[in-house]
Design a protein around this ligand. Structure first.
Ligand code: PMP
Length: 420
């Protein structure tokens, strides 16, 4: 029987609501890797707010920083006025993230969400180059506003606009054709064919691992070759690190191991520390050409986000978190591989990188059924891919071994239940 509060959601909230369908309960409390609902039932969180809770729920240090700031009557909202909290974030981002990586990107505040960061990137790329198309990839996800949606490789999502969205050119992502066709050569050929190929775009945008699009992992070599192709053709390179950034794949930026340096980097989700709305867009200095006022937004000045975000950068001041992610990622990967093998009827195959892992299923609704089974057992796991065919495993990066073991065991039981 449904608790009364669920009926309230059904009666009052617009149909747009989504997760109450996948996870039919009302959550009341969250800490670290755990959530509790109205009935007091406990859940392990292998979803982590789709990557916005990389440091877990209510991390005690982050929470305390925000509480202290509020107790001192720190400025909560300041539009674009300069505040100490904003200065602290800029300073720490430069010292902890940019400088050690030899980067001199400008830090721009595009608005509070991932889609704001992508929109800003698309606008500036067009303005700098004077070209109006953006090259993007099959199965990409970049957001729900007009520009970011136009480059999202998901027809169902684009249908939300009802009509065709323009100025995007879709290309095959790494591995799209299997081993058959080299996708970088393919794109190169299209760009070189001035007669019947594609017009030169302002930018190429990609995710290093497609989180929403089915955990499609691009190789470091592919990223490097895309960068070279951009340089050869004088096209800007944008990496959308909204979901894979802040350590999801093991390093602060998800492209670090590829050795590339994108012209523009989009970040949101976990950059806000522990779930506060926040985004940044990083621009090579020469791209920072907007005049004051050409891009503004009321909630660029959320100082609680600045406070939490500045403190969260401490996780990247040493290599402890990266080492922990690498160690536990191996365990997640091995478990998913062995689970896929142990229940062969479902025809699943494990894939992922770092703390974004999953099992892609051939058989119909297996991923959704496993997600529903897991929920009953007290494990929150989403699915991804245009047909929800991929079970998505993304615990908070801070999860301890006990929580990880418990969650993986619940996952195994849930796959078994659907298989048997
Ligand atoms: N880019 C990527 C790669 C994302 O995963 C998302 C969100 N899932 C977005 C952009 C959009 O972010 P937001 O939902 O905050 O607008």
């Amino acid at each position: 029987e449904k608790p009364q509060t669920i009926e309230l959601f059904e009666e009052l909230e617009s149909q747009v609501r989504s997760y109450i369908r996948s996870f039919p309960t009302v959550f009341t409390k969250a800490k670290g890797y755990r959530l509790w609902d109205e009935a007091g039932k406990e859940y392990i969180d292998f979803f982590a707010g789709a990557g916005s809770l990389n440091y877990g729920h209510n991390h005690p240090v982050l929470k305390q920083k925000v509480i202290d700031y509020m107790m001192e009557d720190g400025v909560v909202h300041s539009l674009d006025m300069a505040t100490k909290a904003k200065a602290e974030f800029l300073k720490r981002f430069e010292q902890i993230i940019l400088k050690p990586r030899g980067m001199d990107h400008k830090i721009m505040f595009p608005g509070p969400t991932g889609t704001n960061s992508v929109e800003a990137a698309l606008k500036i790329a067009r303005k700098v180059t004077g070209r109006d198309t953006i090259m993007c990839f099959t199965n990409a996800f970049h957001g729900m506003t007009m520009g970011s949606l136009s480059i999202t490789g998901n027809a169902m999502k684009r249908e939300g606009a009802g009509v065709a969205l323009h100025n995007s050119v879709f290309m095959p992502y790494d591995g799209y054709f299997g081993e058959e066709v080299d996708t970088v050569d393919y794109i190169d050929a299209m760009l070189q064919d001035n007669g019947s190929g594609v017009d030169k775009p302002a930018a190429i945008i990609f995710e290093t691992v497609q989180g929403e699009g089915g955990i499609n992992v691009s190789s470091y070599e592919w990223m490097k070759r895309i960068e070279q192709l951009c340089r050869r053709h004088d096209i800007l390179l944008i990496v959308d690190d909204v979901q894979m950034g802040c350590g999801r794949t093991g390093t602060f930026f998800s492209f670090e191991k590829a050795g590339i340096e994108p012209d523009i980097i989009c970040m949101s989700k976990s950059i806000g520390g522990f779930g506060l709305p926040f985004a940044i867009t990083l621009l090579r200095p020469e791209l920072d050409i907007w005049k004051p006022g050409e891009h503004n937004g009321t909630f660029r000045g959320n100082n609680l986000s600045f406070v939490a975000a500045a403190e969260a950068l401490s996780f990247w001041a040493d290599t402890k978190l990266t080492e922990k992610i690498d160690r536990q990622a191996e365990q997640i990967q091995e478990t998913l591989e062995s689970v896929a093998k142990a229940y062969p009827k479902l025809k699943g195959s494990a894939r992922g990188r770092g703390f974004i892992q999953g099992i892609a299923f051939e058989a119909g609704s297996a991923a959704d059924e496993i997600s529903a089974e897991a929920f009953k057992r007290g494990l929150i796991m989403e699915t991804s891919g245009v047909e929800s065919q991929v079970l998505k495993v993304m615990p908070p990066l801070t999860i301890d071994d006990k929580g990880l073991n418990e969650g993986l065991e619940l996952l195994r039981q849930s796959v078994k239940a659907v298989h048997d």
